[in-house]
Design a protein around this ligand. Structure first.
Ligand SMILES: NC(=O)c1ccc[n+]([C@@H]2O[C@H](COP(=O)([O-])OP(=O)(O)OC[C@H]3O[C@@H](n4cnc5c(N)ncnc54)[C@H](OP(=O)(O)O)[C@@H]3O)[C@@H](O)[C@H]2O)c1
Length: 269
């Protein structure tokens, strides 16, 4: 019997590439997204079921899992991919923007885990893949809220991995560097406040650096490959870096007094 993966945020970028890769590897795919009606091109793929799921709506998570079980009869892996980046000076972000960043990247991911864990625990197997970022390991400037959300995903997943191991459930963290997706365009949210010109020059430089990085980057296919490895390698390995450009290694091994001036030079040049 073919195995089944449920992916959140499968409408574009990494989620969409992951859905296509698992389908090509003969898995059944529950490609969940906020607006399945817009994914006309994906509808043509056989064995790929488009299901509505907004990670900020608990009822839609419950019904997406129920529909997946009803249609495919099982779930073997869940990929928590839905997320976006809120960039800008912290001071410029509204309460609503701060909350929405965490509702999506952190609480949404946790809510999906809460739905998956009892199913996996009862069947004594399952893989949970959480998409973090190099921003979950090293915080870039003007990314305080995005970095905080991904640091939260890191801590949450690291702890959960120990906790669920005895039940045959493996938890995995994928840590991509820049990847060319809608992350840098359609999905990118900017915190701006016209009274805060004091940040403008440095922020614009950083934004330019970020968006250029995203344009010159490899596409979501390489992250999909890492997700495939994480789900199928059968190991207890927790972290899978993708196109990290050595940043996590530098942060781990360099003294902070050397790393921070270097980072400042790179990110705010
Ligand atoms: N691209 C990078 O450089 C990079 C690097 C490190 C980590 N990541 C992480 O990779 C993940 C995927 O991003 P991406 O690069 O593939 O960007 P993307 O192309 O913009 O895809 C983001 C996906 O998340 C979905 N999403 C946003 N809010 C949602 C919600 N409330 N409920 C359900 N789905 C929601 C979007 O759905 P809609 O189509 O409805 O908007 C879209 O499908 C994110 O977690 C991101 O933080 C990306």
């Amino acid at each position: 019997m073919e195995k089944v993966v449920l992916i959140t945020g499968a409408s574009s970028g990494i989620g969409k590439e992951t859905a296509k890769l698992f389908q090509a590897k003969n898995w059944r795919v529950a490609a969940t997204m906020r607006s399945p009606e817009k994914a006309a091109d994906m509808k043509k793929i056989v064995d790929l079921r488009l299901i509505r799921l907004d990670v900020t709506e608990p009822e839609s998570i419950r019904s997406a899992f129920a529909e997946t079980l009803e249609h495919f009869g099982r779930i073997d892996a869940v990929v928590n991919n839905a997320g976006y980046g809120l960039l800008g000076p912290f001071e410029a972000a509204s309460d609503e923007q701060i909350r929405r960043q965490f509702e999506t990247n952190v609480f949404g991911l946790m809510a999906v885990c809460r739905e998956a864990i009892p199913i996996f625990r009862k069947q004594k197997r399952g893989v949970i893949v959480n998409i973090s970022s190099i921003s979950g390991l090293a915080a870039l400037p003007f990314s305080s809220l995005y970095a905080a959300s991904k640091f939260a995903v890191e801590g949450f997943s690291e702890s959960l991995a120990y906790e669920l191991e005895p039940f045959g459930i493996r938890v995995k963290l994928i840590e991509p560097g820049p990847i060319k997706t809608d992350f840098y365009t359609r999905s990118e949210e900017i915190a701006r406040d016209e009274n805060l010109h004091v940040y403008e020059e440095r922020f614009e430089k950083f934004l330019d650096f970020m968006n250029k990085g995203g344009t010159d980057a490899p596409d979501g296919g390489i992250v999909a490959e890492a997700i495939w490895n994480a789900v199928t390698d059968g190991t207890k390995k927790l972290r899978y870096g993708v196109n990290t450009k050595g940043l996590p290694m530098l942060k781990r091994w360099m003294p902070e007094s050397v790393f921070r001036p270097l980072a400042r030079k790179i990110f705010l040049k």
